[in-house]
Design a protein around this ligand. Structure first.
Ligand SMILES: [Zn+2]
Length: 143
């Protein structure tokens, strides 16, 4: 009698465990079945062809920023790029906005600025109400 009860309990336990495994596996499969939308990898946009990019890199190589006076670091993919500043209008031009056509004329009529100053000039132009000029230099910036 005890053996029969033990076998029934054992079979019931085995059935419950098997049902649990089945339900778990089915939910895993259902989860895998939903299509995963792969987002395109973020790539740094470069509107210029190889020759224009090379010409721009050569132009900025070793140049000093017209705004802060620091040497503009070499241009690497994935990093912030320097830009140009129109000395007449004081309008900043991002790397991407530098036109490939008439490149030499554009480079002649503008001065190079580093990526930091480009960001500052862009902010200054887009949100002049947020910018306060204090004319600090690096040496006395702690004051
Ligand atoms: Zn600068």
């Amino acid at each position: 009698m005890t053996t029969v009860v033990l076998v029934i309990v054992l079979l019931a336990t085995a059935a419950i465990v098997c049902t649990g495994i089945f339900v778990t596996l089915r939910s895993f499969r259902a989860e895998n079945r939903t299509p995963v939308e792969a987002k395109p990898r973020h790539s740094w946009s470069n509107p210029h062809d190889a020759a224009t990019t090379a010409a721009l890199k050569h132009y900025f190589e070793g140049k000093q920023c017209a705004s802060c006076g620091r040497t503009i670091p070499p241009v690497h993919a994935g990093e912030l790029r320097p830009g140009l500043l129109n000395t007449n209008t004081h309008e900043a031009m991002t790397w991407d906005a530098i036109p490939a056509a008439n490149l030499s004329a554009t480079l002649a009529s503008h001065v190079p600025i580093c990526s930091n100053c480009l960001t500052i000039e862009t902010l200054r132009r887009q949100h002049p109400e947020l910018v306060v000029d204090r004319h600090r230099t690096i040496e006395n910036s702690s004051h």
